[in-house]
Design a binder for this molecule. Structure first.
Ligand SMILES: [Zn+2]
Length: 572
């Protein structure tokens, strides 16, 4: 029943579409090139990388003293970046050393550190610096695995977490080189641009180049070099499971997706790394994805996460504000991950049902499940119960819609037909908005499609028919308990997590938590929320003492639908 977290935030996919299609981007041949070389300080065999090294060469001639020159996010997708930790930052141009100064944007969802030069720049600008890698859990709480992290003589991260780029929005091509000799023989650099030294085929702005994932050093790999269909997987550290076998499984599912979505193959990288906060989660980034694990990762559950992240590559978000439209891409990913994996013969029907039932259980026990869609962005990061809604509600909306299409067409059509036609129209340049989606739904099932959609957006609970997943399954009601942290959830995303709003009579109170206690370590909740039996383990500081407090974070009991097989011989 455990539900692996899939709360990774989508990256700036719109930019990537532009890059992939080339439309709107400058002609690659004429665009400037920003050249990056990534390396690392030497480490003892098998030890983590302590310091990554970065050098960047970029056109900047004529940029005046004090004018915008360089930038790096301070926070990206709720990840605290390395911006405040850069060491030995040096710049030079044709006139020699160039003194830089910086200022930080005011706090907000996406603030930057911005550097300016103290005189005009002449000729290409060379910037170099070192980035310590502390493997410190993100102090801001739940977030995708984008920060620099290292295990076993390899390091990885998203460029937005450590790479200083030009502070402008003009398109350019990114060139990525590696200098990994310090990490021993056989060290390899891989990025979402491909294996080894790569020049991006198309130009894009700095915002897009923040979404390149890189992994360098002594990495595991499968296959040995990129497959003809573009698939390549790399991982750092030593997973407790057979990573090579798991990546062969993923590769086979990838090939199934290529057929289902009728998509031509392209460079496609899978990165795996450990994650002490939200193991089992992942993030889709730059036509590739990052999956995370720890020593307890259940491979069967992890497979569904891998299947989920791969759906994102094939079904990009619809146009609009990321978190407000995430019901679409996250809902589709949850709905199709288990379904396509089942059809491809890559998971069992028991696995399919376990995943479906965990979605249903988390949704129907969620006291916040009537939150209107428009209110999700503001509460997405602070409240796990809101954060999981686009996933759970979106997936059940698509299940309901599929059922309606099957009924309306007497079994001739399904959500597959609607989605594939929608994706086809998008490739043909048709609008890919929420309105376009609703119009397509109405063409399929009539005005009922519009009212069901509006009800979902208002937060009206989704009710599915017992046969919504076909004649092979029926509903059996279960009695489950709501997730209840027991104090104000916003506490957990503060720099200092001081308990407030303790709920009288809650499990937290009974376990001994008090208002004013400091929670000393970040607390993952998304997976715990989906697992009725999972304990919340807090390390608490009070009056100079440190104590461990655990409790079952559950409140009132509610009846929820769960699906079971009607007959083992049922073929779907
Ligand atoms: Zn997702």
């Amino acid at each position: 029943m455990a539900w692996t977290s899939r709360a990774g935030k989508r990256m700036v996919a719109g930019v990537w579409l532009a890059l992939a299609g080339g439309s709107g981007a400058a002609l690659a041949g004429q665009a400037d090139v920003v050249a990056v070389v990534l390396g690392a300080d030497a480490v003892a065999k098998g030890e983590p990388v302590k310091v990554a090294t970065v050098s960047v060469r970029m056109p900047a001639s004529g940029v005046q003293a004090g004018a915008p020159l360089l930038r790096l996010p301070l926070v990206t997708s709720n990840v605290k970046t390395s911006a405040e930790d850069l060491r030995e930052l040096q710049a030079r141009d044709d006139k020699g050393p160039l003194a830089l100064s910086y200022r930080d944007d005011a706090p907000g969802p996406a603030p930057y550190r911005r550097w300016v030069a103290e005189r005009a720049v002449q000729g290409p600008l060379h910037v170099s610096y070192a980035v310590p890698i502390g493997n410190v859990p993100n102090p801001r709480g739940a977030a995708p695995p984008l920060e620099l992290r290292s295990e076993g003589a390899a390091f990885s991260g998203a460029t937005g977490a450590f790479l200083v780029l030009p502070d402008h929005d003009e398109p350019y091509r990114l060139k990525l080189d590696w200098n990994l000799s310090s990490l021993g023989e056989g060290a390899l650099g891989v990025s979402t641009l491909g294996v080894g030294s790569r020049l991006a085929p198309a130009a894009g702005p700095s915002k897009g180049w923040e979404s390149v994932f890189v992994m360098g050093g002594q990495v595991g790999r499968e296959p040995a070099s990129p497959a003809p269909d573009g698939f390549f997987a790399a991982w750092q550290g030593q997973p407790a499971f057979d990573a090579r076998a798991l990546m062969r499984w993923t590769h086979q599912l990838y090939d199934y997706y290529l057929g289902f979505f009728k998509t031509p193959s392209a460079t496609y990288n899978v990165f795996l790394r450990s994650n002490p906060i939200n193991p089992g989660g992942g993030v889709e980034i730059g036509n590739s994805f990052v999956g995370t694990f720890d020593q307890h990762t259940d491979v069967d559950e992890f497979k569904v996460t891998l299947a989920h992240e791969m759906v994102h590559t094939f079904v990009q978000p619809i146009d609009g504000e990321g978190l407000e439209t995430s019901w679409f891409n996250e809902g589709i990913a949850v709905y199709y991950a288990r379904l396509l994996a089942l059809r491809a013969g890559k998971i069992s029907r028991a696995d399919f049902l376990a995943d479906l039932n965990s979605t249903a259980a988390r949704y129907y026990t969620n006291i916040k499940n009537t939150t209107p869609n428009a209110d999700i962005p503001a509460r997405f990061w602070p409240d796990t119960r809101v954060r999981v809604l686009p996933y759970d509600r979106g997936a059940l909306y698509f299940a309901q819609l599929n059922d309606e299409i099957v009924l309306a067409s007497k079994g001739k059509r399904s959500l597959d037909d609607l989605l594939l036609a929608f994706l086809d129209a998008r490739r043909g340049g048709q609008p890919s908005t929420q309105e376009a989606w609703v119009d397509a739904v109405v063409r399929e099932i009539g005005e009922k499609g519009r009212s069901q959609f509006a009800a979902m957006m208002r937060g009206q609970p989704i009710v599915l028919r017992a046969q919504a997943f076909g004649p092979c399954y029926r509903i059996e009601e279960a009695t489950l308990r709501r997730y209840e942290l027991g104090f104000t959830p916003d506490v957990l995303i503060q720099p200092r997590r001081i308990v407030q709003g303790l709920v009288p009579g809650s499990a937290a109170e009974k376990a001994g938590i008090r208002n004013g206690d400091e929670i000393l370590k970040p607390v993952p909740q998304d997976a715990i929320q989906g697992d009725q039996k999972a304990l919340l383990r807090l390390q608490v500081g009070r009056a100079g003492k440190v104590m461990d407090i655990s409790y079952l974070p559950r409140g009132e009991t509610v009846a929820v639908p769960q699906w079971v097989e009607t007959s083992t011989s049922c073929v779907q």
